[in-house]
Design a protein around this ligand. Sequence first.
Ligand SMILES: Cc1cc2nc3c(=O)[nH]c(=O)nc-3n(C[C@H](O)[C@H](O)[C@H](O)COP(=O)(O)OP(=O)(O)OC[C@H]3O[C@@H](n4cnc5c(N)ncnc54)[C@H](O)[C@@H]3O)c2cc1C
Length: 306
Amino acid sequence: MSEPIDDCIIIGAGPAGLTAAIYLARYHLDIRLFDCGTSRASWIPTSRNHAGFPDGINGEELLDRMRDQAAKYGAMREPKRVTDLTKPDECFTVTCDDESYRARTVLLATGVVNNRPEGIDEQLHDEALSRGLIRYCPVCDGYEVTDKKVAVIGTGDHGTAEAQFLRTYTSDITLVSPGGDHDLSDTCSKALDEAGIKRVAGPCGDFAVENGAIVFDTAEGRMRFDSMYPALGSVVRSGLAQSCGAKVSDQDCVLVDDHLETSVSGLFAAGDVVLGLDQISHAMGQAGVASTAIRNYLAEIMPLRR
Ligand SMILES: Cc1cc2nc3c(=O)[nH]c(=O)nc-3n(C[C@H](O)[C@H](O)[C@H](O)COP(=O)(O)OP(=O)(O)OC[C@H]3O[C@@H](n4cnc5c(N)ncnc54)[C@H](O)[C@@H]3O)c2cc1C
């Protein structure tokens, strides 16, 4: 008996992977959906910029709704971590520890992981995040810190850009270096001066939540803020794409064409793992495009008829 081959294996069940699961299942394709349960969307206390939810929606609730919708069409999330991805012949081999699966196409929707301030206690971090005292996404929730006292933990070009972005919302911004002194070019220093953004040297540490604020040590003593944004970069989960031979950018984002296909034929990618705006709407839109491209790719190599 020949080995079973799925039409598509989706790796990752965040907004991108779940949208793809809904589309592909509704195209009557045989798919699998592997996920290790660490979607960035599950961190969202309340998203207020996701269209269609005028009172906002909690990230886990949004994922629940999408999982239910995918399951309705037979696409069940399987809680498995994919450990290897190769393309030894015209099909892919997807490995989850000691099990392996074969698929004609693969959609990588593995997202990114935000770097946290060093030494922060996990429980404190999660509590502060749920209360909006720690935030990671000015595009998502900058509006919520309008006229508040805000710290950006970071330095260099990245820290400067994030502080400047937030300056649209509040005039009270302090850029706090995570380590010792700031590492700022003349251009950055000038831009920060012009915007009235304060600078404080680090190291920052001993984070705590006190009276509805986030407080921590800096080189200038203990400071208190309504919210803080770590601008410390992120780890792009593109390792599987790379091990399969797909090209990535200097920042490790998976490079794709207009149809979200990578440099490896039949390997597609969508969501935060691809270079672009790290937003739910973008992840969903890319997944819709990728799924339809996958359907059309399959239609080229085999008849898709009932
Ligand atoms: C605090 C916070 C607030 C945010 N607020 C908003 C907001 O209000 N509006 C908005 O639009 N965006 C918001 N975002 C951004 C949004 O969460 C992301 O853009 C979105 O989740 C990206 O979807 P994704 O499917 O690409 O990745 P993810 O949601 O991160 O999902 C990736 C999935 O892949 C899985 N995975 C990774 N590697 C493997 C593997 N090897 N094997 C199996 N599974 C794997 C992970 O477990 C995860 O479930 C916020 C992010 C954060 C952190």
